[in-house]
Design a protein around this ligand. Structure first.
Ligand code: SAH
Length: 426
């Protein structure tokens, strides 16, 4: 079993089921027709994924019960009250949901000596809003072909040194089936470069095949494709997108994308459109892009909030040797952690991902990110023979790790800091 525990449906509110986990309640969007009060279900990413037979649910919950309360105690032990008046004021503002740009900037400018207090305060905010819930998604990187030439990304089409691959529909479906039915994932991200080889029809076919074979929340991360493509993917059964706006600074965006200003608007309006379609939206930006300022980062945080991101996905820029940014340095770990903390203050209910880039930046990045306000993770479930060639940036720590080992290390880490696999809800 991987990382999700079932809960009991205790009520319905419109299209949402209220699900109880050992006395804690979360809301999840429900599309399962015969789900009733009293049933047990898996939810993930704020979505009901599957009904669970009562016997199976009870066994799992019995096995979890003691550990669940132990984890909560452990989680409590990492929380501390803010030690300074300014931070206390920010906490009150965060609780009222009205942290503004100047406060975000002030958080981003926190001097090193005050960082421990900042991170533990952000961590306490996370705990007060969302308890110790934590979600872990799997990610399958199914093609590293890309028609674009983004300055930061190793997949860019001008990178002739990359060994390119495309997984077939059958291979993607098999990888998904393994991740869900054998490894226990309840949510998967399918990611690729912008690769038109995967026509809307092939994407639909892939999604339908996966949905036929397993119950999982599917996020698509395929870049700027037409609105119609995103509508078709939704109709085929995808329910989430992972599409970053990369930077809220339009000038910086266009300088990293061959001066095409229109691309930024197109991407942003696509993200908004996906929200309207009904997708769960994961979006965000990169930290430490050359020329990016702290003001830009504050705007990135505000834009993520304005887009009503269901999941915040941002991470440090890491230079790739075969790109025009090869000689640029990545940001300082503390800056990346400050962005996590500031995001938590900006939206205390956010699902904030710790991304692989943070772990690439620092060996202990995952743990540090989770203790600075984050509460979601992804584990790479791409078949190993392909994984090493998905080099958006080099040095990923998961590139040659067995999936099972990565899972057990992650579960161990989550237990060590008291996080439990209950759904974060909507
Ligand atoms: N083709 C898809 C997926 C892109 S890869 C799309 O366009 O959305 C996923 C994310 O990796 C990108 O959105 C970008 O934010 C991030 N990324 C790309 N190059 C990076 C680098 N050098 N360092 C850190 N993150 C990078």
């Amino acid at each position: 079993m991987c990382y999700a525990i079932p809960g009991r449906v205790v009520a319905f509110e419109g299209n949402r089921a209220v699900i109880d986990y050992f006395g804690e309640r979360r809301r999840a969007i429900n599309e399962i027709k015969n789900l009733s009060v009293g049933d047990y279900a898996y939810a993930q990413g704020g979505f009901v994924i599957a009904k669970v037979p009562e016997e199976e649910a009870r066994q799992t919950l019995d096995a979890w019960k003691e550990l669940f309360f132990e984890l909560k105690k452990r989680d409590d032990s990492f929380s501390r009250a803010p030690e300074e008046a300014k931070l206390e004021k920010f906490v009150r503002k965060a609780e009222n949901g009205n942290i503004a740009r100047k406060e975000i900037l002030s958080i981003l400018k926190t001097p090193d000596r005050d960082l421990n207090n900042l991170f533990s305060t952000a961590n306490s905010l996370r705990k007060e809003s969302l308890e110790n819930a934590c979600c872990v998604h799997g990610i399958i990187e199914f093609s590293n072909h890309c028609r674009n030439d983004c300055f930061y990304c190793g997949l860019r089409k001008s990178n002739a040194r990359m060994s390119r691959y495309r997984m077939t529909v059958e291979e993607i479906a098999n990888a998904a089936e393994h991740a869900v039915n054998d490894l226990g994932f309840r949510a998967l991200v399918l990611q690729s470069g912008e690769d038109p080889f995967y026509t809307p029809q092939i994407l639909e076919e892939t999604i339908s095949k996966i949905r036929e074979r397993c119950d999982a929340l599917l996020f698509m991360s395929v870049g700027t494709r037409s609105r119609e493509t995103y509508e078709r993917m939704y109709n085929a059964g995808a329910r989430g997108i992972l599409l970053r706006f990369e930077t809220s600074n339009r000038r910086l965006y266009s300088s990293l994308h061959h001066g095409r200003k229109a691309d930024f608007d197109e991407r942003l309006s696509l993200i908004r459109h996906c929200k309207e379609i009904g997708y769960i939206v994961a979006t965000g930006f990169m930290i430490g892009l050359p020329g990016q300022t702290l003001e830009d980062l504050a705007d990135d945080i505000l834009l993520t909030r304005e887009l009503r991101a269901d999941m915040w996905s941002f991470g440090p820029f890491i230079q790739h040797p075969q790109t025009p940014l090869a000689s640029c340095s990545p940001p300082d770990l503390n800056l990346a952690l400050k962005v996590i903390a500031a995001s938590r203050f900006a939206d205390r209910n956010a699902k904030i991902l710790v991304t692989t880039a943070l772990e690439t930046l620092h060996r202990d990045g995952k743990r540090k990110g989770l203790l600075a306000g984050a509460n979601s993770l992804m584990i790479n479930v791409t078949p190993r023979r392909y994984r090493e060639n998905y080099t958006i940036y080099p040095g990923r720590p998961d590139r040659d790790k067995e999936i099972e080992r990565n899972i057990s290390e992650t579960v161990e880490l989550l237990h060590s800091i008291g996080r439990a696999p209950t759904d974060l809800g909507v």
